[in-house]
Design a protein around this ligand. Structure first.
Ligand code: FES
Length: 721
């Protein structure tokens, strides 16, 4: 609902006149979201870099986070909420829907606005024109192809869904429309009226002792509702691994990384945001941090009692006689690789709120793992799991970074203590400073082949900087040795890894859990061996590609399939063509490379369960209770496709609940590419069980078809009766 009252700053939003009595330097993005409730305009960086807040000002795209609202006076603003025509999706929105151009959806409003400007002037743009016009809006999910397809094809968007929408059918995302209209609620988009704001105070030092002074005097002086320190946290430790709950919600006397949370301020937004660092009642005493290099020595100070040598965990896979195989090999190669931190850079910073409802806590936040969050919060609050409810918001990308708790424990604690709703939104710098990263690595590896080019041995040792706390370090250290050889058959293997604690930010889950770092090493070795043998690099890989029936380094036999050889054969012609186009001399050169990688789907060193429930409601509609968080990968849609096929009905009969821990069972975390396979199987089994029950109660044969209409279930046997 737009606010037209006020005598101050007048402009037009989506065709309606508004007048706001707010400071003219307020960011237009904040005015749209906070004053006018138009949360379809997203804030990703608040610095003009990501483009998520793009709106049209007099038909021109602009980052609304960079525009003072005073500059909007007298101008026409259009946001994503203004695109729909007569309540129906515009042609451009329909094209996005048709092409699956919105995945997590956090960038989608910005994309739509940028495309709108282009299409107003250039109704039939080329791909290059689309890429140029939309280059200011970043997407971390799609790879842009579907977005560009949608814009170039927008006038031709058509509904080509077919059949019952089962697996393999072309089907629009079941959660797609709100992402296109701006109605979707991400973590920062909503909170109960009267919510207080929580700001986390973090260590500015990689390692420092600290003392906190009189927090009550500080609280009163600033008019804060609450100041939280470690003393307030009922169980001040969390972490994924039961044996490794080593991360405090608020640090106790010593901060372990730059960004470690030490205190939290709760109160009115303007008050918590205005407090400057120099006013905080904290005294810091910086001390020398443990670096990655330090942690590799035996004399470095231990960060945690459970890891006196700073080794969080070791991984080890050994098969055959590696030393003998190297001694007898025709050729050998050796590499050392190093890689650094990588930030996930999802467009949506962490955000959410909590509220106390009687003796229960409700946490609404972006996440990749609602049930794990519930269990962790119950542990921190010393409450029964049944007293905690987690409701995931839409999540604007995660890529592993939202597997760890962020805002949840502190908003939960503050809401519990104050008996008022409390919200927290990380700024972009805070998100980058405080959350997990890809593990930096130092790898030494060698490989050996016989004279015919067959790999005979592989020897790998990798150290991974797991930072101040465990997070997903054990997964990385255990997953890497399993994958260290790459997707090749190698008879003799030794692969060792260590996850080392340092005073760097915690390293955690990030697409591949360490396997991409290992791939740098094994692919450099494949190139070297091929060159030494005078073999083509693709043919060398093809010769050694692991095939169905062969065993991996762990002894697992790939019984069903192994697709690398077929993939390389399919690439062969393109590879040769690319080689022919190399330019190897002169100032401008063109290179060509080939690399292969594999990645096991599902949890590592952890159980891998999932439970799904499917029910038939009295009104004849089906309900899928789906605990798998959809963070843009599409599990909301595929679960329904799988369940519909198993039940034998069309997808249109399904409704669903996603991730609410009061209503859904534990489907595990959304990571490791596991939901389609693991939770998808659970959805299939649940739907099959429901089908069997319906047939049993109807005394119908197994080959009967089920039809749903107008609250009735009709069964037909193979004779059509
Ligand atoms: Fe673009 Fe997720 S769909 S960032």
């Amino acid at each position: 609902m737009l606010k037209r009252a006020g005598t101050g700053l007048s402009f037009t939003v989506n065709g309606e006149a508004v007048a706001l009595d707010i400071p003219p330097m307020t960011r237009l993005a904040d005015a749209l979201r906070d004053e006018l409730g138009l949360t379809g305009t997203k804030i990703g960086c608040n610095a003009g870099d990501c483009g998520a807040c793009t709106v049209l000002i007099d038909g021109r795209q602009a980052c609304s986070c960079l525009v003072p609202v005073g500059q909007a006076v007298g101008h026409e603003i259009v946001t994503v909420e203004g695109l729909a025509e007569d309540g129906a999706l515009s042609a451009l929105q329909r094209a996005f829907h048709q092409h699956g151009a919105a995945q997590c959806g956090i960038c989608t409003p910005g994309m739509l606005m940028a495309a709108s400007e282009l299409l107003a002037e250039t109704p039939k743009p080329t791909r290059t024109q689309v890429e140029d016009a939309m280059g200011g809006v970043l997407c971390r999910c799609t790879g842009y192809v579907k977005i560009v397809d949608a814009v170039t094809d927008f006038a031709k968007a058509r509904d080509d869904e077919t059949g019952k929408g089962w697996v393999g059918a072309r089907l629009k995302r079941v959660d797609g429309i709100p992402k296109l209209t701006g109605a979707e609620k991400f973590g920062a988009d909503h909170a109960p009226d009267g919510s207080l704001w929580l700001r986390i105070i973090r260590s500015p030092h990689a390692r420092a002792r600290f003392e906190i002074g009189d927090t009550e005097e500080f609280r009163r002086r600033h008019g804060l509702a609450l100041v939280l320190t470690a003393d307030d946290v009922p169980a001040n430790n969390f972490g994924i691994y039961p044996s490794g709950k080593d991360q405090p919600v608020l640090a106790i006397s010593e901060a372990q990384y730059r960004g470690d949370a030490v205190m939290a301020l709760v109160g009115a937004r303007a008050i918590v945001e205005a407090i400057v660092e120099a006013d905080l009642p904290i005294k810091w005493e910086p001390i020398a941090p443990v670096t990655f290099a330090d942690a590799q020595t035996e004399s470095a100070r231990a960060l945690h009692n459970h890891a006196p040598d700073n080794v969080l965990v070791r991984g080890r896979v050994v098969k055959g006689n590696v030393d003998k195989a190297f001694a007898e090999a025709a050729v050998t190669a050796e590499v050392s690789t190093e890689s650094g931190f990588v930030e996930h850079a999802y467009i949506e910073p962490e955000a959410g709120f909590a509220q106390r409802i009687g003796d229960r806590l409700e946490i609404v936040a972006c996440t990749q793992c609602p049930t794990m969050d519930r269990d962790e919060i119950a542990h921190i609050m010393r409450m029964e799991k049944s007293a905690v409810r987690v409701i995931p918001t839409a999540t604007g990308g995660g890529f592993g970074g939202k597997l760890d708790l962020s805002v949840q424990p502190l908003v939960a604690l503050a809401a519990w203590m104050l008996q008022k709703p409390v919200r927290c939104i990380y700024s972009r710098p805070e998100s980058m400073m405080a959350t997990t990263k890809r593990h930096p690595s130092q790898i030494r590896a060698r490989a050996a082949a016989d004279a015919k080019g067959r790999l005979v041995a592989f020897d790998f040792a990798g150290d991974f900087d797991t930072g101040a706390y465990a997070s997903w370090g054990p997964t990385v250290a255990n997953r890497v040795p399993v994958h260290a050889t790459g997707p090749y058959h190698v008879p003799h293997v030794r692969a060792l890894s260590r996850a080392l604690h340092t005073n760097n930010p915690p390293s955690g889950a990030f697409r591949g859990f360490g396997v991409p770092q290992a791939a740098l090493a094994h692919e450099a070795l494949m190139d070297q061996l091929a060159d030494k043998l005078g073999m083509d690099r693709l043919e060398f890989r093809l010769l050694n590609a692991i095939r169905a029936g062969e065993a991996t380094a762990t002894g697992q036999v790939l019984n069903s399939s192994a697709g690398l050889a077929a993939c390389l054969e399919a690439l062969r012609d393109d590879w040769r063509e690319a080689l022919a186009r190399r330019v190897t001399e002169g100032p401008l050169r063109r290179g060509v490379g080939i690399a292969c990688m594999w990645y096991g789907i599902g949890n590592t060193s952890l159980p891998n369960p999932s439970t799904m429930r499917v029910g038939l409601r009295p009104d004849g509609r089906l309900m899928l209770y789906n605990g798998a968080a959809d963070i843009g990968q599409g599990s909301n849609t595929i679960m329904i496709q799988i369940a519909a096929e198993a039940l034998g009905v069309g997808v249109e009969y399904f409704d669903y609940v996603m991730g609410d821990t009061d209503l859904t069972e534990d489907a595990g975390k959304t990571s490791a590419s596991r939901q389609t396979y693991v939770s998808g199987r659970a959805a299939e089994l649940a739907a099959r069980a429901l089908r069997a029950e319906i047939l049993k109660r109807s005394n119908a044969g197994e080959d009967s078809t089920i039809a749903l209409s107008n609250g009735r279930v009709t069964l037909r046997d193979s004779a059509g009766e």
